[in-house]
Design a protein around this ligand. Structure first.
Ligand SMILES: Cc1cc2nc3c(=O)[nH]c(=O)nc-3n(C[C@H](O)[C@H](O)[C@H](O)COP(=O)(O)OP(=O)(O)OC[C@H]3O[C@@H](n4cnc5c(N)ncnc54)[C@H](O)[C@@H]3O)c2cc1C
Length: 458
């Protein structure tokens, strides 16, 4: 019995809509897949891979036996938002599955999706308010996964919890970054109702530091949890950056998500009929690829300065570590040219009068060559002479990661918070100020943000 690779809806069907790209696995497929689990004496998936410590082998056995109620009880013991992680987690658990040593890992993420959806369908997911109030209050700044996880954890311990969110809706990057074709936003509303029934209060459209001071929140509450993510995207300040049509990735992704959920009447950026170039080879770039394709782009290319990763797990990341290797997303498969070892030198504009309204028409790039560390990791690059070329583009999306929390953020000054050299926020438990999620760790993953919120001790 092999791992199933055909997990997506048919290509032409999914490219034509914004619904989730994955198809549901059948009962027989799930039974077969969970039966592949070896119930290892030392389950690395649970103890090493999953930041939440999900009880993967026990869940697998329950699913294989068709005992969905037990499977849900096991999953919900450690995971408060499995409907999110079971859709968008890269599944660190699967990378550390012992089966991965000799063949392919057990499929965990898909079985968790079925467990939580079965639980919702059967009415097993009910609010779990605290048995007793503890008389203390907490303000959480930011309603992304880290803030939501902190909120549910503290509420269940009896704290009065209020979450302040600057956006119209909760969810953070789950709602405004990750595309609808990976995560249906109705799932966030479904969970919000449960959190509210447990007693979590949300104050949306409220930017802490501006509409209300962080220092006041700290004074008025027994504790403050800062969960503001890493709002600053890495820009590419090369000549021509001011040209029309050069955007940060989130301008595209956020605009499309807000449009699809009815927040705004029209997507602010459309790739329809355009040649799109995505600079940055990671997941955010891949989300730009899938979004551009669904908007009707003429062509989509994605370039990366780093070398092409190996097709298989690289020796520098032996099992059970998260493997350094090439990843091909559903969006890549939908029609995208991918290239590596390309450094971007300048954006080129189309002549226009007045010049301020010039639009981008391409990017000049140059091939680079990498020097590798003894372990085989790319360290330093140099340009390869005579390799300059122009890649045509009417729209360019910059998807090059996030730089952390800017020191000018008013929350930093109002709370007098320390920052690491990489601008992550440093908690001050002595003053009952805690920092969780990406703002404390640097840009990472939803599952790590959830684990960070859940691990709060106060
Ligand atoms: C395009 C994209 C795709 C991604 N895809 C995946 C994926 O597939 N899988 C995965 O695991 N991870 C993915 N990630 C990473 C993941 O989304 C983040 O690691 C995760 O959302 C971090 O959670 P967080 O709660 O720390 O921050 P965020 O999700 O950024 O939430 C922070 C919240 O704080 C709010 N906030 C900020 N400042 C204030 C203020 N002053 N007052 C009030 N509210 C404030 C923000 O509006 C936001 O709602 C992706 C990231 C991006 C950008």
């Amino acid at each position: 019995m092999k791992r199933i690779h055909d997990i997506y809806r048919p290509m032409e069907e999914r490219k034509g809509d914004w619904n989730e790209v994955e198809r549901p696995l059948t009962d027989d497929e799930l039974k077969e897949q969970t039966s592949r689990c070896m119930n290892c004496g030392q389950p690395f998936c649970h103890a090493f891979g999953c930041p939440l410590g999900n009880l993967v082998p026990d869940q697998n056995r329950a699913v294989a036996q068709g005992d969905w109620k037990r499977a849900y009880a096991l999953l919900s013991a450690n995971s408060d938002f499995p409907e999110f992680t079971s859709r968008i987690c890269p599944a660190l658990c699967e990378a550390s599955c012992v089966h991965g040593l000799d063949e392919e890992a057990v499929m965990v993420r898909q079985s968790e999706k079925r467990i939580i959806e079965t639980a919702f369908a059967n009415g097993w997911v009910v609010p779990r308010p605290p048995e007793k109030e503890n008389g203390r209050s907490v303000a959480v700044i930011g309603a992304g996964p880290a803030g939501l996880s902190a909120a549910v954890t503290l509420r269940r311990r009896g704290f009065a919890v209020t979450v302040y969110e600057r956006r119209k809706n909760i969810g953070g990057l789950l709602r405004y970054g990750i595309p609808c074709f990976k995560l249906d936003k109705a799932l966030i509303e479904r969970r919000r109702k449960i959190l509210e029934a447990e007693g979590v209060k949300f104050v949306t459209d409220c930017e802490v530091g501006k509409d209300v001071s962080a220092e006041w929140l700290a004074r008025e509450n027994d504790a403050l949890v800062v969960a503001i993510g890493t709002p600053a995207a890495r820009d590419l300040r090369i000549p021509g950056r001011e040209l029309k049509g050069v955007h940060l990735a989130l301008e595209l992704l956020e605009g499309q998500n807000r449009f699809l959920t009815g927040e705004i009447p029209e997507a602010p950026i459309s790739a329809k009929g355009k040649k799109v170039l995505v600079i940055g080879g990671g997941d955010t770039g891949s989300d730009c690829v899938g979004t551009s394709i669904r908007q009707g782009a003429k062509s989509v290319a994605q370039i990366e300065i780093m070398p092409k990763p190996p097709d298989e797990r690289d020796a520098s990341t032996p099992w059970p570590l998260w493997p350094y290797m090439l990843r091909t997303s559903s969006s890549h498969k939908e029609g995208c040219v991918r290239r590596w070892n390309l450094n971007s030198l300048r954006f080129i504009g189309r002549d226009a009068v007045p010049p301020a309204s010039a639009c981008v028409s391409g990017v000049e790039v140059e091939t680079v060559e990498w020097e590798f560390s003894p372990e085989g990791r790319p360290m330093k690059f140099k340009s390869v002479p005579n390799t300059k070329e122009i890649i045509e583009a009417d729209l360019v999306f910059l998807a090059m990661g996030f730089t952390g929390v800017p020191a000018e953020n008013p929350i930093v000054s109002q709370l007098k918070l320390g920052q690491t050299t990489r601008t992550a926020l440093v908690a001050d438990p002595g003053r009952n100020i805690f920092c969780v999620g990406d703002c404390a760790s640097g840009a990472s993953l939803v599952v790590r943000a959830l684990a960070s919120g859940k691990s709060l001790q106060m």
